[in-house]
Design a protein around this ligand. Sequence first.
Ligand SMILES: [Cu+2]
Length: 199
Amino acid sequence: MFNQLLLVAASLAATLPLAIAAPAAAAGPSSASGNPIPNKTTSSPRVTHTVVAGRPGLRFDPENIVATKGSIVEFHFLPANHSVVEAAFDAPCVPKDADSSFYSGFFPVSRNPDGSVRQSGEVFQIEVKDDKPVWFYCAQNNGQHCQSGMVGAINQDFNSAKTLAAFRRAAAGVSGPAGVKDQVQGGWRGPNPNPNGGF
Ligand SMILES: [Cu+2]
C-alpha cells in the first residue's frame, strides 16, 4: 500500500513537470522563430487617383480630387490635345510661379479610325506632397480650355471661400491666353501603365 502511494506520487512528480513544461515549450518556438514586427510597420501601397482629361468635353473627370499625402494623381489624356498645369488659386490659367509646380506638356491624341475615343499612350503623374489645396487647369488655347472651365482641384477646403467653383469663375474672366511652363516639370511623364484607366 505504501509502496503503491509512492509509485503514484512518483508518477505524478514525473508527469507534472512535463505538463507544466509543455505550454512553455509550445510557446518557445514561435517566439524564438521570431517574426519581429515587420507586418505592423510595412507601409501600405500608394493610392493612385486616375483623372481623365477631356471627358466629358472640356473637363477633368473627376475635377475635384481628395487625396492623402503621398498618394499619386495620374492624368490620362483624351483627344484632341490637352495638358495639365498647376496654378495658384488667385491666378487661374497662369503657371504657378514655383520650381516645384507641375506642368505636363501637351498630349496630342487622335480618335480611333471608327471614331471612338482612345487615350494617349502616355500619362502624367504627380505626387501629393501635403494636405494643402492644389489648383490646376488645361493650357490648350484652341478653344480656351481654361477659360471654358477645364480646371480642377486637389484637396480644396470646402469651409473656405477658395472653392473649385470660385476658381472656375475666376478662370472664366481671364482675358489673355492660358500659360505654360518652358518644360515638363513637377511630375513624371511616361508610358501609360493603365490604358483603360478611367474608362
Ligand atoms: Cu484641355
